[in-house]
Write a protein that binds this ligand. Structure first.
Ligand SMILES: [Zn+2]
Length: 286
């Protein structure tokens, strides 16, 4: 039996948000067993809360945004991946703005701070979600104007594994593939340090839309027309980050035991899968 876990003490992170670039502070607090992951806005009256569940996602444009009653918290996916990767079931995340701080663009900073603070085992068992029959979702992603098919499959397996195919006609990135067999140790080494991707040709446009406003360009793998504009942490860093995003996004359903096979999947399709898994789980319990 695997037991639930929470952080041993409160942890604070400050910094710029990835998309809107605002300075924010977030604090992660321990919570009792059975609480789940809860997000809260400490800058709003009454510190309203929202559970990190698929049905509470209000947007998947560039990042995953939770919200209710008109307020929101954006870019939760990298912290959610850390919770998934380290096996944190219960935590309250308070932030004094509408987006989480970026860290270094990966999950590494958050993971290191949580490990430093410690993880406490709790009295209740963790409810693992075992995928018993193949599930899949399909959709369309856009490469510039060009629509491409995307797919995410969840296959029965006795452990968590993620295989990802990233395709691009960009001469610098090319196509990338990575297979990740889950363990917390391998998560910390192979996936947590991988940063998000930014095409130089898109940064200007995104900024005009109020996105990608963080002034530290090293929080992303920067893809220029001729080559990478900063140093890579892994040759296939981009596809490893895609796996990080899937781990974060599917944690909206809970800790999953399945072989996830992704073909160009992104937040929108990931969320669809998280919803499908949640529905199935509710049916099995209900
Ligand atoms: Zn990401």
């Amino acid at each position: 039996m695997i037991l639930q876990q929470t952080v041993s003490k409160e942890i604070q992170f400050s910094g710029q948000a990835i998309q809107n670039g605002k300075e924010v502070t977030m604090t992660v607090y321990p919570q009792p067993a059975g609480s789940g992951i809860i997000f809260s806005r400490s800058d709003l009256a009454g510190k309203p809360r929202v559970r990190a569940k698929a049905e509470n996602v209000v947007s998947t444009k560039k990042s995953v945004t939770l919200g209710r009653d008109g307020w929101k918290i954006a870019t939760i996916e990298h912290l959610m991946a850390v919770f998934h990767g380290l096996g944190i079931d219960n935590a309250l995340v308070e932030v004094d703005g509408d987006e989480l701080p970026s860290g270094d663009g990966s999950a590494l900073v958050f993971a290191e701070q949580i490990l430093e603070a410690g993880i406490t085992t709790q009295e209740l068992p963790r409810k693992m979600i075992h995928i018993k029959e193949p599930l899949w979702v399909e959709g369309t992603v856009f490469s510039g104007e060009l629509p491409l098919n995307a797919m995410l499959l969840a296959l029965p397996s006795d452990h968590l594994e993620v295989s990802f195919v990233f395709t691009s006609d960009h001469p610098v990135t090319g196509n990338q593939f990575y297979n990740f067999k889950f363990s917390t140790e391998r998560f910390l080494k192979e996936i947590a340090p991988a940063r998000t991707i930014a095409f130089m040709r898109e940064v200007e446009y995104l900024r005009s839309q109020g996105l990608a406003r963080n002034t530290d360009l090293n929080i992303a793998v920067l893809v220029g027309d001729e080559g990478y504009e900063n140093e890579l942490r892994f040759p296939e860093e981009i596809v490893r980050h895609k796996i990080l995003d899937i781990l974060g996004d599917l944690y909206l359903a809970g800790p999953i035991v399945a072989h996830l096979v992704a073909f160009r999947s992104g937040h929108t399709l990931d969320l669809e899968m998280a919803k499908k898994i949640t529905q199935l789980q509710n049916k099995q319990e209900g």
